[in-house]
Design a protein around this ligand. Structure first.
Ligand code: ADP
Ligand code: UDP
Length: 246
């Protein structure tokens, strides 16, 4: 199946100019200067875009999963950029000035934490591990601390405090949500941005940005299947969509 090209209009919201094309998504302006269309592509990258490929229908799955998760988080009192899902691959969002930080929350060791500390994957952490990374493809999103952020004026101390508290709350909500769906939430990445003086959760939450293991079997249902050439990538993404919609 081929990936559909971005359509000229989505529901009642017309596309304006293409503002940005990233590795996994495209941002379009709308007639409303406060809102953007987020278009989800099937393109997949890993290892800072050294590995490139396509995951068939990933854009559709990630848009549906992220839309469902943002809707659920809003109900739980988390303020997000999500306005509504427009089509299979498109989401209407509030325009953010993205804080150039990636928050990583970890509940079980994997990926970067194992590489950094020379430890094995799958150790259940007594308390979640919170990390700031500087959002820079050129530098490989390096791990940084509060002092670096304040020195570089990436965010204020009040914003850091708010983002950290919000991330911990999101982790608690997502852990319970996925437990009900027999999924271990291993780790995930969040991005936040400023909108009319407020900090909102932005970007996406999906199998591209989280590690999901099936409870019991530990079968990976996320982008690690693509990163590690494990096969059955599409079916893993579809399985996560099925569980989210269940
Ligand atoms: P990347 O930029 O890393 O290649 P994507 O392909 O996912 O990643 O591109 C989406 C871009 O849009 C990201 O840089 C993200 O920070 C940014 N973004 C996400 N949500 C919003 C928003 N509501 N307003 C403005 N920018 C956003
Ligand atoms: N992650 C992400 N975007 C990034 C880096 C990481 O969405 O640019 C997610 C990744 O999918 C995982 C979590 O953040 O769920 C932690 O990733 P890690 O730091 O272990 O890095 P990785 O092993 O992906 O290089």
């Amino acid at each position: 199946m081929t990936q559909t090209k971005p359509s000229p209009s989505s529901g009642s919201v017309a596309h304006g100019d293409k503002l940005y094309e990233g590795k996994a998504k495209i941002l379009y302006a709308t007639a409303n200067p406060d809102e953007l269309i987020q278009y989800f592509k099937d393109d997949a990258t890993a290892f800072n875009a050294e590995k490139k490929g396509t995951i068939v229908d990933k854009g559709i799955v990630n848009n549906k999963i992220a839309s469902a998760l943002f809707t659920m988080l809003e109900k739980e009192g988390v303020v997000t950029h999500f306005v509504r899902q427009l089509s299979d691959r498109e989401m209407l969002v509030k325009k953010l000035e993205i804080v150039p930080l990636e928050v990583t929350m970890r509940n079980i060791t994997a990926g970067g934490m194992c590489r950094m500390l020379g430890i094995e994957e799958g150790i259940v952490l007594k308390t979640p591990v919170f990390e700031w990374h500087y959002k820079s493809d050129a530098l490989g999103d390096p791990l940084i601390n509060d002092d670096h952020i304040l020195a570089m004026k990436f965010a204020t101390a009040a914003e850091l405090d708010q983002i950290r508290k919000e991330s911990e709350k999101i982790n608690t909500i997502l852990l319970a949500y996925f437990k009900k769906r027999k999924i271990d939430l291993v780790d995930f990445k969040l991005e936040f941005g400023r909108h009319k003086g407020k900090i909102l959760l932005g970007d996406e939450i999906s199998p591209d940005t989280c590690r999901f293991w099936e409870e019991g079997t530990k079968r990976k249902l996320d982008k690690d299947r693509f990163r590690r050439d494990m096969g059955d990538v599409e079916s893993a993404y579809q399985e996560m969509l099925r569980r989210v919609l269940a």
